[in-house]
Design a protein around this ligand. Structure first.
Ligand code: CP
Length: 315
């Protein structure tokens, strides 16, 4: 594997999940693979899980890491070509990417959507500019439109906990006070479309996601109907895609509650974290054995380890 910008970079999702589960059972067996290799990790946005799990994954493979927060530590980067850089941005992506490529062997980037410029967000300006100008493999640690490391961890979790060969999986929109990006939902949809599963998306009218991602996946506007018989319930907020970046409703009608979970098939609750308790889901949903949120976060290590290993093996 040459890079990991989206799930499409994985040659085979099912095989990747099985390999990640094998890594989880014996995480240090490839400790020599990353000897004398350095992973640069650039954060344009905050993180808990992605930062720590990716560093742990690198350590498990013998890779050293260097972390930089671009929000407050680095020179502000200009991504446009041909501009006169007389404003606030001091460093051009062409130099930044070339310089970092000399210090590192792999480069991981976190750069969320602006939610103000849909065109630039869809073009993945930050991630794709690093991929274009860096001379080393680039890994997506959540970009404007995708969070493939999360989706791979979710696939591992579903494989580990599925009660049947063809589970029912529901992605449900949930309330949130802030406008959140579409990246997690997009990658979860793309991942789940590749599974042998009955997959339903449920959200209020107006929260339709990119139709090029949802494709033929059924959308049910009645949340309780969608949850009927579900084996996995994946909750996530996202802002409007069509009225880009806007919050259309703030009421708690779509919050996941123990009462709603009773309509599922003893369903497992999933969320990428961080989660706002009693906004997205009630305490009574999170504080039960049916909540898999901590197990999902644990699988972020083996998702990242699988990706780093595959890239290192490519040379
Ligand atoms: N799920 C996830 O990406 O968590 P962080 O934002 O804390 O990295």
């Amino acid at each position: 594997m040459k890079q990991f910008l989206t799930l499409d970079d994985l040659p085979n999702l099912d095989q990747a999940v099985n390999e990640a589960i094998a890594l989880k059972k014996d995480p240090f067996q490839w400790e020599a693979l990353g000897k004398n290799k350095t992973l640069g990790m650039l954060f344009f946005n905050p993180s808990l899980r992605t930062r720590l799990s990716t560093q742990k994954a690198a350590q498990n493979l013998g890779i050293k890491t260097m972390v930089m927060n671009f929000s407050n530590e680095a020179w502000a980067i200009e991504f446009e070509d041909g501009t006169q850089m007389s404003g606030l941005r001091s460093e051009h992506i062409r130099e930044a990417a070339a310089v970092i490529s000399q210090y590192c062997d792999l480069l991981a980037i976190r750069a969320f959507a602006s939610l103000s410029d849909q065109k630039k967000d869809e073009e993945e300006q930050v991630l794709n500019s690093f991929a274009k100008y860096a001379t080393i493999p680039v890994i997506n640690m959540e970009s404007a439109t995708a969070h493939p490391l999360q989706a791979l961890a979710d696939a591992i979790t579903i494989k580990e906990y599925s009660p049947k060969k063809r589970p029912k999986i529901v992605l449900t929109w949930a309330p949130h006070p802030k406008a959140l990006p579409h990246a997690v939902a997009n990658s979860f949809i793309r991942m789940t479309q590749q599974l042998d599963a009955e997959f339903v998306i449920t959200h209020p009218q107006g929260y339709e996601l990119n139709p090029n991602i949802c494709k033929e996946t059924p959308i049910e506007y009645n949340q309780e109907k969608a949850l009927e018989g579900a084996d996995f319930i994946y909750a996530k907020n996202w802002c409007s895609y069509t009225d880009y970046g806007k919050i259309l409703r703030t009421d708690s009608d779509w919050m996941l509650t123990p009462e709603k979970m009773k309509g599922t098939a003893n369903g497992k609750f999933m969320h990428c974290l961080p989660i706002r308790r009693n906004v997205v889901a009630a305490d009574g949903v999170l504080d039960t054995p049916n909540s898999l949120v901590i197990q999902q976060a644990n699988n972020r290590t083996f998702s990242a380890q699988l990706v780093l290993k595959k890239i290192l093996e490519n040379g």
